[in-house]
Write a protein that binds this ligand. Structure first.
Ligand code: ADP
Ligand code: MG
Length: 295
């Protein structure tokens, strides 16, 4: 039977919005000394802002096509695009047969042919299907800009780029500091976003430079988490989008926000109903206290 100390910790956590799938998940969390975090939507706000567009053609048409593509995505950057279009009263284009490319973006069809939006990996993938892609000068100039870039193109051509500002949640730094104060030895960031963004957000949140892993594909995230589990017990914390495999690979998978995808909740051992990382530190404390009592 489940020890009373575990049961009471499970119910105390549940009142704080932290749901464990069972007593084993709680006991495992107690022994975790490495936390690895997804960035976008986990450390940073799920409500990002579109802060600008550089494009070769008409900007309204660019935004309409981009919003049409992002209408089919659940990634936080997609939400930023949809809101920007609606604020500017730009009606999204109709995009057919849209499909997500995990960790890269989205591809679909408009009346002219293949259209896509995503990161540089996706741009390179699209270029490989036809003529080599010209890298517009505006893109090269943005290399060190600490913003998430959404490239959009038709076929092998890049039409432009939308910049999305990604800011830490107000509760993230206090949550991480609470974990540090609890003696959690290692905090790492694993993100599919660009190096420039990861480094800026990581510095703001006090991550050590060698613990900031950027430009990762979903399978690279899994590999990094697997590597960390060879040294210590590892929790992976993600908002769900594209993170099911990393959640499953960690000793404890922690899915954040009820808005997180169904798949993520299935892969996770713990669900954080709020996006407040201070709750995570509180749950870690409860778990360790319960573990001490039963030992
Ligand atoms: P992360 O949560 O760390 O950003 P993801 O694997 O979810 O990692 O995504 C990696 C990157 O792929 C994003 O930072 C973004 O640049 C790009 N991306 C993913 N989905 C989309 C999308 N729907 N539209 C545009 N870019 C996207
Ligand atoms: Mg994410």
């Amino acid at each position: 039977s489940v020890p009373a100390a575990i049961l009471s910790a499970l119910s105390a956590s549940a009142r704080g919005g932290v749901l464990f799938k069972g007593g084993v998940a709680l006991e495992t969390l107690a022994s975790v000394s490495t936390f690895a975090f997804d960035k976008t939507g986990t450390l940073t706000t799920g409500r990002q802002e579109l802060s600008g567009i550089h494009c070769t053609g008409d900007e309204t048409e660019f935004l309409a096509r981009l919003a049409g593509l992002e209408a089919h995505s659940e990634h936080p950057v997609a939400d930023a695009v949809r809101r920007a279009a609606s604020e500017r009263q730009v009606a999204p284009f109709e995009i057919r047969e849209a499909r997500a490319v995990p960790g890269e973006g989205i591809v679909g069809l408009d009346h002219q042919g293949v259209v896509w939006a995503g990161n540089e990996r996706l741009a390179n993938r699209m270029a490989r299907h036809s003529a080599p892609m010209d890298c517009p000068a505006f893109l090269a100039a943005l290399h060190d800009t600490p913003m998430t870039l959404i490239l959009m193109g038709r076929g092998a051509r890049i039409d432009g780029v939308a910049m999305v500002a990604d800011e830490p949640r107000a509760t993230t730094r206090p949550g991480l500091d609470a974990l540090r104060a609890r003696g959690v030895g290692h905090l790492a960031m694993v993100t599919g976003d660009r190096r420039a963004v990861a480094d800026r957000v990581g510095a703001e949140l006090g991550f050590s430079p060698d613990a900031i892993h950027a430009d990762l594909r979903p399978e690279d995230k899994v590999e990094i988490v697997a590597g960390l589990t060879e040294k210590t017990r590892v929790a992976f914390v993600g908002d769900g989008v594209n993170d099911a495999a990393a959640l499953a690979r960690a000793d404890v998978g922690i899915a954040m926000g009820v808005a997180g995808s169904e798949v993520a909740l299935q892969a996770a051992d713990v669900a954080l109903l709020s996006d407040d990382l201070r709750r995570l530190a509180a749950a870690h404390k409860l778990a360790q206290r319960a573990a001490r009592i039963i030992r």
